[in-house]
Design a protein around this ligand. Sequence first.
Ligand SMILES: [Zn+2]
Length: 332
Amino acid sequence: MRWTDLFRAALLCLLCSQALAGPKPSFLLTADAWINLHHFLYHSARHALEPPARGNRLPPRSVDAAAELDDEEARIWRKALDVYARAARRDLLFDGRMRNFTQAVAAGEAGQAGASDEAGLFTALREAMLVYRRHWWPEHEQCARRRIEELEPKLARYGVQMRQRMESRYGAEWPRDGILVALTPYADERGAYTTSGGAVGNLIVFSCEDPRYVDMAGFEMLFHEAGHAEPFSTRIGRASQQAAERHGVAEGRLWHHYLFHATAAALRELVGDGYRSYADAQGLWRRPSTARLPAWFEAAWTRQPELDALFDHVHARRAAAAAEEGPPPGGP
Ligand SMILES: [Zn+2]
């Protein structure tokens, strides 16, 4: 190679690294076959153990379609389900090994043979992939891409402003590498869940089929889930816990109520006061213990938007309300 070619190559490399170093999108929305297969096997195996009582039920086709498999395909699929039957007893969010495994699958490690703590699960995925692609993936991919097509224009229109608002309301900067979002019909009974700290950093697994997550509610819940990502999750949880301790009240998952409130309030600023939030639609503020929270959060935000001061204000009001109500009846 002549030196001019070397120079050109070096220049191109510099330009390309500069382009890569530019701002990353807030969310990277993906329709990934491995993550989809992993969740599909997990939920199929879990369904066989104990049909889910609520939420993200498996539609009949997912189970019945096994009947369309030929003998060899059925053997491969049964084998994968047997391996997943053990994994299905573990929770996708609260079990550390499952979290790490899902992160590794999202990082593309399932496609590479290699030693791993979860070698059995990786092998099951690799063996089942061909059958999955033939019988289920086209439908699952369509579902994932439909939701991506619905979310992307909203992100283009409101994404930057929402991101800035959430950085203020969540009290930290957006994760430097953005947040990976895997769309799949079978996320979790909760509709979506978020893990951090594994092979891909922040990962949201988000249902493309859950009717509670369509249209603006889905867009809102994407930013709610971002609050479960790092550094937001630790920042918000700690601020609320410390304020609760200062006021001698139980934290009571106030941090999580704050995520619901903060995303809805930020979105209302952009789309208008008439917006009916996910929490409103699901009746989250109808309980006596939560009814006053949105007003308290918003009053605190208007008075002192810094996160520690905000939680200080809200926990102080909870403590005052508890003192007013007195001990529960029948107490000492
Ligand atoms: Zn949540």
